[in-house]
Design a protein around this ligand. Structure first.
Ligand SMILES: Nc1ncnc2c1ncn2[C@@H]1O[C@H](COP(=O)(O)OP(=O)(O)OP(=O)(O)O)[C@@H](O)[C@H]1O
Ligand SMILES: [Mg+2]
Length: 214
């Protein structure tokens, strides 16, 4: 099955998004249209199969984060469509979109986005808390995933007591604990120093042998 499909996907910020898209389609360059709006994503088309690792590369400001936010439905596309597990996300109401996210899509952020006053264990359990998993069960699951990402025994600490690499492992444990089949990572390791980054990439590939995530 196709896990994610983007078709003729656009995101334009600014006053006249429709006009920007018409002019882009007529062959204008985004740099000529800055008075009308910022074209962040222009006619993106791709398909990602289940279990596939799909990488989007581009310069700073080229629209990667905007694209990823449209895939998880945080932002609405200006034009075009995104399908996640066969469902056009623009056609879902609020509840169906939340359900789809809870079941299928989790996200790891560039700057960790942990809750500073909650313990590492509670942070790792956070997605499960949102899903309504009972407390004892979600904390046990959080511990399991913390161990898998190499943070056995750190559950009682606060995020601020951990190094950057360790905090990102908490972010990863939180995303993995949700047990969704799609994992979105927006430069999740770019804030880490190169040695730690390589180590974490290798570990994720290792975990992927069992997880088989998209
Ligand atoms: N909320 C917003 N309002 C207006 N313009 C925005 C908004 N968010 C992003 N943009 C613009 O959209 C374009 C793409 O930004 P985006 O953050 O998606 O790039 P990126 O590829 O993720 O960059 P980086 O590698 O630096 O993270 C940029 O020109 C940016 O200024
Ligand atoms: Mg970005």
């Amino acid at each position: 099955m196709t896990a994610v499909r983007a078709e003729h996907l656009y995101k334009v910020f600014g006053k006249k998004p429709g006009e920007v898209i018409r002019k882009l389609e007529a062959g204008a360059d985004r740099s000529e249209l800055t008075d009308l709006g910022t074209a962040a994503v222009i006619d993106v088309n791709f398909e990602v199969e289940e279990g596939e690792i799909f990488v989007v590369m581009g310069l700073s400001g080229s629209g990667k984060s905007t694209l990823i936010r449209m895939i998880n439905g945080l932002w609405k596309a200006t034009a075009g469509s995104v399908e996640v597990m066969g469902k056009n996300i623009a056609e879902l109401d609020g509840k169906s979109l939340r359900d789809l996210r809870a079941k299928h899509v989790s996200m790891v952020f560039q700057h960790f986005a942990l809750l500073p006053h909650r313990s590492v264990r509670e942070n790792a359990a956070y997605a499960l808390e949102i899903q309504g998993t009972p407390k004892a069960e979600r904390l046990a699951k959080a511990d399991e995933w913390l161990a898998k990402v190499g943070l056995d025994g750190w559950g009682d600490q606060l995020p601020g007591q951990l190094s950057g690499g360790m905090q990102q492992r908490v972010g990863l444990a939180r995303a993995l604990a949700a047990e969704t089949d799609i994992l979105l990572m927006d430069e999740a390791f770019s804030a880490l120093d190169p040695l730690i980054r390589t180590e974490m990439q290798d570990q994720l590939i290792e975990l992927q042998h069992d997880l088989k995530k998209t």
